[in-house]
Design a protein around this ligand. Structure first.
Ligand SMILES: [Zn+2]
Length: 329
């Protein structure tokens, strides 16, 4: 594929983060007035061709949330020879207090098969269009549980984080100051290259998605509350998003309960209390489950409820707000 493709002309209006701020604050307050802790979901994506926006927005109101959304890279976009979609800007314009637009995530096949051209597009549009953060980049990604169920195994993505694409992405994050979301399975052999990149790019803000989600326990003996506490101490630009399965969720390919948080909550609460603005709420709604927001929202609230009082509001929305607006609320 030849370089970044032009966006649609009608979608050229960039996002103005400061102009949107008052509306978001008003929405947060109105959710609080209903007796709910607001949620800011930092990591979700959708397929513009499959989203029932009116129903989805109504579910967002029920859940009490603001969503940072990136338009998923549907394969039909790649088939049309495009690597970038401006749709999340349009979505925010249509519902200016519900959505925070996010740059397209690096997913299959735009990223896994056209990584360099995809980064060309990201470089061209991210800052020019005012995106406050980048979407989720998959470096090591086992098939998701829903993909396993439908026999869709192409997503076993493995891209070296310390390879050329990784260096370009970390450098882009440093240059723009924009956080990026990272999908990277938690395994012993994968930790040294990630740590090396955090050392080499100390100003790149990285949101490591899927807190304490380990799909094969035999491959992960090093990660845990004490290791992550050390990393959070050492790398002030490292954040963690808490999109993970519920306590009983089993990863079918390994037969294991992959959300380890639930078995060592009190140890994690100590780490979170020491770094309260580094843990972010996230639902990880994807293009194949935008009709299940009520269920996923309920599960996020179970997680928020599992936290000590002093942490709930910070993890639910204050940490995300600080990351996006560089201020505490
Ligand atoms: Zn992910």
């Amino acid at each position: 594929m030849d370089g970044p493709q032009p966006r649609q002309e009608q979608a050229r209006l960039p996002f103005d983060r400061m102009q949107a701020r008052a509306g978001y604050l008003q929405r947060l307050r109105s959710i609080q007035q209903r007796g709910l802790i607001p949620l800011i979901d930092v990591e979700s994506s959708y397929n513009p061709h499959k989203l029932d926006v009116a129903a989805f927005v109504s579910d967002m109101d029920t859940v009490g949330m603001i969503m940072c959304a990136s338009a998923e890279q549907p394969s039909n976009l790649v088939n049309k020879g495009q690597l970038w979609s401006d749709h999340s800007l349009e979505l925010q314009r249509a519902y200016p207090t519900h959505f925070i637009p996010v740059g397209n995530g690096g997913g299959h096949p735009a990223w896994s098969e056209h990584g360099s051209a995809f980064l060309d597009a990201a470089e061209q549009f991210l800052v020019a269009d005012g995106y406050p953060m980048m979407g989720e980049f998959e470096f090591h990604h086992y098939p998701s549980p829903r993909q396993v169920q439908r026999g869709d195994m192409h997503r076993d993505v493995q891209i070296a984080i310390d390879g050329p694409l990784g260096h370009r992405l970390f450098a882009l994050a440093e240059k723009t100051g924009l956080p990026f979301q990272l999908h990277y399975e938690i395994e012993d052999v994968l930790l040294p290259p990630l740590e090396s990149m955090l050392q080499q790019y100390p100003k790149a803000t990285v949101i490591w998605c899927h807190f304490d989600q380990i799909r094969y326990s035999a491959r992960s003996t090093l990660y845990g509350p004490s290791m992550l506490a050390q990393w959070l101490q050492r790398y002030p630009q490292l954040y963690v998003d808490t999109a993970m399965g519920h306590a009983g969720s089993v990863y079918e390919l390994s037969g294991e309960r992959h959300s380890r948080y639930w078995t060592r909550k009190s140890e994690w609460h100590e780490v979170m209390a020491a770094h309260p603005y580094r843990f972010l709420a996230a639902l990880d709604i994807g293009g194949d489950r935008t009709d299940s927001l009520l269920l996923w929202g309920r599960r996020r609230r179970e997680f928020i409820q599992s936290l000590p009082d002093a942490l709930r509001e910070r993890v639910a929305y204050k940490a995300a707000w600080k990351l996006i607006y560089h201020e505490e609320i």
